[in-house]
Design a protein. Sequence first.
Length: 507
Amino acid sequence: MDRPLHRYSLGAIVLHWLIAYLLLLCLYQGLALRTAPAAAKFDLFRDHKTVGIAILLLTCVRLAWRLAHPPPPYASPLSPLERIASRVTHWGFYAVLIAMPVSGWMMVSSSPIHTSTVIFRNWGLPGIPWPDVPGLQSLSFGHKVALTSTSAQAHDLFGWSAAGLMALHIVGALKHQLFNLGPVMHRMLPFGAIPFVALKVSPGDVAKGARALQDGGLVLMPTETVYGLAADASNPEAIAQLFEAKGRPRFNPLIAHVTGLEAARRFARFDERAVKLAEAFWPGPLTIVVPITDVTAVCDLARAGLDTVGVRAPSHPTCRALLMAFGGPVCAPSANRSGRPSPTTFEDAMDETGFAVQASLDGGPCTVGVESTVVAVLPGGPVRLLRPGGVARDAIEAVVGPLAEADDDAKRSPGRLVRHYAPDAPIRLNAAAPEPGEAFLGFGDGFHGPLSLSPNGDVREAAQRLFSCLREADKLKPKGIAVAPVPETGLGEAVNDRLRRAAGFVG
Ligand code: TXA
Ligand code: MG
């Protein structure tokens, strides 16, 4: 791995493995006590108590150590649900590791047939007397019996809980190691690293892909429908580069790819119908167009200035691994150049846009082969089918009832189904200079105002800044917005298309 290996501190590592060993031993002894012949029971019991008290003491030390030394970061980000699961398992574990010996200690201390506890004697060490829980031996006989039996039941329960948590803990660590493609298990090793096995793809490739996205680069990403050309949804510069690589004549809204509903809800509003659809078809080939709530998570340019966003959680394991490693929404149109068929094999995808990417992930041939079905679920409107695709109409109708058709306008350009971002102020195009009361979006000529589309006359930069400049200009509540001429070259065509729409000349 190119990432640095983060480890727990040495103290934490030693305590972790010591406690793990003692816990296994203790659980084994606890079980053996149930069936051991009477003659062996006394020694075994004394050992069991020694180990239990050692666990109690070491857990207290471990807790103190943990509070003084925070654990190392994860190699790949955790979803909020995973973070909660991890916290519950870890703190639950500490709680049980304390409750288990304490309940045993209470059981012994309140036992009407009293035996004093001497620990470590069977380990070749001089025995150390261990006190009873104060006050319990002076209870009445009846109270002692009741307390012993309650403590015994609790002790049993905590023992099983410890075994369960241990299993959960191991499964969690394995899951991270194998599926989340972030090596985590070495974090608890004093040295070396566990060979990193991942399913289907090389983990190095996924990590490289995630880094390329973080750096603002493009990545060829397999999905179950078609190969996508992926970029960080929150990075306008990366999205502009993506449009350029595809040679898109104008900015169509892109689909934001996420790991699931929870991730999607961080930036978009899902009503009851949208939740039902996501729960029924995600991960899978269904894109749901919903209102955007965090316009920075999926930038203006990626949404073509709409106040909605198309979201989907793909099921392809490599794609999911990439999304998890990256940790945020990823925009990806099909990886073909504009106007050509979508690629469904790695080789085709490389032929189409491989020249523009910083990383490419071979996920084999796509299993669905047609693009995702796109439905719009917007407030006050019916669920509309915008594009037929990988999920059949019948299946969707079984979940949310009959689908409304997209009207003709929306069919020609799905992006126009809902309002494009159009400023309130009237727009005047090809303006050489602003008139009094107008805000001015400059272009080139070293025009450096906050509303300059690009001081150096770079059409790609103009594309990145277009929607935010329009929004900023509108905030000034000007009489009008004057825009300097932008050449039709490269992405300039798309900038002008969008400007003409905003000015009301088109559609
Ligand atoms: O299967 C797929 O959906 C593939 C893979 C890569 O995920 N992606 C794909 O993206 O086909 P693309 O960009 O080729 O098509 C996206 C479709 C377009 O028809 C677009 O207009 C529509 O989704 N769309 C996206 N966001 C929208 C929005 N906010 N409102 C209306 N339509 C939207
Ligand atoms: Mg396409």
